[in-house]
Design a protein around this ligand. Structure first.
Ligand SMILES: Cc1cc2nc3c(=O)[nH]c(=O)nc-3n(C[C@H](O)[C@H](O)[C@H](O)COP(=O)(O)OP(=O)(O)OC[C@H]3O[C@@H](n4cnc5c(N)ncnc54)[C@H](O)[C@@H]3O)c2cc1C
Length: 489
């Protein structure tokens, strides 16, 4: 108990790391016995500092209860990634630090007197950087790759998703992905390097060095194809006067279905296709990627496309941590949950966001940020009600606030509640405003706003530096997997 009092006092003065033995590391048997006492502190462990995990930590921090509540936020990275703007990092529009936010910065010791006063009124949040490699539901512990074990009374799992290649031959090895800042910066370096290769040896143009294929006609594919076209035709064309960029660069967007943006209204899908075509993108509908090699891809209609760049944004699957729960998986590998968002056989373990399933297949929700955030807020309500001895809230209900996708400079499509549809410049302004408002971190908002104004005004992309030397295969760094370690005694 003394350690716990110390935790809270130290948090307000700048302490964030556990000094030795703490309630977070107590043995499972102690946890079980002690948590049965109504006044004992409660440990809530949140896995994942993405959209769902971050919101969950913020909301649980606000729970008022007679029992002390301690939140531990674990992520394998030390930052939150604002994934909707990753494509702008990959196409040199924004710097990586504009769309990432340090988790310790968000939950570290407050600098101002007001911040310290507020911190004392909130439940403390401890940030732990580490990869979760085991979840022991019987002992109520989370195991990290470095061997640390963290006890929990409630567990919120928000590990997100990783790219799924659906086992298509060659995509794992030759497809560029877009799920992390690291992948986005590697892709940016690769795109810009292709122009350097072509400038150094114009014969490489015939081998597909300046042909960029994006697979997947959802919002990310549409945004990515539009941004590559803009980068090539408006920016890199000026950098490389010796290259005939208009003639040699090709951006191809491949979509298996018969229209782009299948989750949007049909008319908006058509608008997106015609806007992209006007921007110089070759939109190929009704055909899919069959296999990829280092220098070409094959489509299902038998076409061979020579290219050294395949951007694969056609599918995701839950991150490996979903498999650690030993829970029932449903379509797409998502974890089956109850209407109260917890595992059917374990009301202490909540699963939210991209890895969360639903009570039934036809209730699966889209894998988008608002779902993760709303589920996070709901889970805090459920935990708060439990701690205060109040009845649980009704089942989780998702409020769809609409969808948006930008298609390059001055163009976006948006579908809002009430059937309101926006496109063109108005849609684009709405898209800019929404992303600025939802971006995490004040500095990031200011920096992104300034970069956008600069890019729009000058038709430039200021982040087109090649940072890394060419790695042996930088795609190695992209492969995300969670090895499953046995938990041991
Ligand atoms: C390129 C791109 C563009 C997108 N655009 C949009 C958009 O415009 N609008 C929209 O609503 N949605 C968009 N999405 C989807 C949106 O980003 C996701 O739905 C959302 O991030 C899901 O939130 P989450 O909390 O479930 O997972 P995430 O936000 O992905 O967070 C998961 C976190 O868990 C951590 N983690 C994973 N495994 C472990 C482990 N074993 N140990 C420790 N930590 C772990 C990860 O490091 C990560 O920080 C986009 C996604 C991508 C990839």
């Amino acid at each position: 108990m003394a350690a716990i009092t110390l935790d809270r006092r130290l948090l307000a003065t700048g302490w964030t790391d556990p000094p030795g033995e703490t309630p977070y590391e107590r043995s499972p048997s102690a946890s079980t016995t002690r948590s049965s006492q109504a006044t004992d502190p409660v440990n809530v462990v949140v896995v994942g500092g993405g959209f769902g995990g971050l919101r969950a930590a913020h909301e649980i921090q606000r729970i008022r209860s007679d029992r002390e509540v301690y939140v531990t936020l674990i992520d394998k990275r030390n930052h939150h990634t604002f994934q909707p703007l990753l494509y702008q990092v990959a196409t040199a529009g924004l710097d990586p630090q504009d769309v990432g936010q340090g988790l310790r910065q968000l939950f570290g010791a407050p600098r101002t007197s007001f911040g310290r006063w507020r911190a004392r009124r909130r439940n403390p949040v401890r940030v732990v950087m580490g990869e979760v490699v085991g979840i022991d539901r019987t002992g109520r512990r989370v195991v990290l790759a470095d061997g640390r074990r963290l006890a929990y009374d409630h567990l919120v799992v928000a590990g997100g998703a990783v790219t799924s290649t659906f086992g298509l031959p060659g995509v794992e090895e030759h497809g560029w992905r877009l799920k992390s800042l690291q992948q986005a910066t590697h892709l940016r370096d690769h795109l810009i390097r292709q122009f350097e290769h072509a400038a150094a040896d114009p014969d490489r143009v015939d081998d597909g060095t300046l042909r960029f294929v994006v697979a997947g006609g959802g919002p990310t594919g549409v945004e990515m194809a539009g941004a590559i076209a803009e980068l090539a035709f408006e920016v890199l064309a000026r950098d490389h006067p010796t290259l005939d960029v208009r003639r040699h660069v090709e951006v191809v967007l491949v979509e298996m279905g018969d229209r782009l943006l299948p989750a949007f209204d049909e008319e908006l899908g058509r608008t997106a296709a015609s806007t992209l075509e006007r921007a110089g993108v070759d939109v190929r509908l009704g055909t899919a990627l069959a296999e990829a090699e280092a220098d070409h891809i094959m489509l299902t209609d038998g076409t061979r496309v020579d290219t050294t760049t395949l951007v694969w944004v056609a599918g995701v699957r839950p991150a490996g941590v979903a498999g650690l729960l030993e829970a029932e998986l449903m379509r797409g590998g998502r974890v089956r949950i109850t209407p109260q968002v917890h595992l059917p056989d374990d009301p202490r373990v909540f699963v939210i966001g991209d890895m969360a399933g639903a009570p039934t297949d036809d209730q699966l929700l889209p894998q988008v940020a608002p779902v993760a955030q709303q589920q996070a807020a709901y889970v805090a309500e459920v935990i708060g009600a439990q701690l205060r001895g109040r009845p649980a809230p009704g089942p989780f209900a998702y409020r769809d606030k609409g969808s948006m996708a930008t298609i390059g400079r001055n163009h976006a499509v948006a579908e809002l509640p009430g059937g309101l549809k926006l496109s063109g410049f108005v849609g684009w302004v709405a898209w800019l405003a929404l992303h600025l408002l939802t971006l995490v971190g004040f500095r990031n908002r200011v920096s992104v706003a300034l970069s956008w104004i600069h890019n729009w005004w000058t038709w430039d992309r200021s982040s087109r530096l090649i940072i890394d030397p060419p790695p042996a295969d930088s795609r190695d760094a992209q492969v995300e997997s969670t090895p499953v370690y046995p938990i041991g005694p």
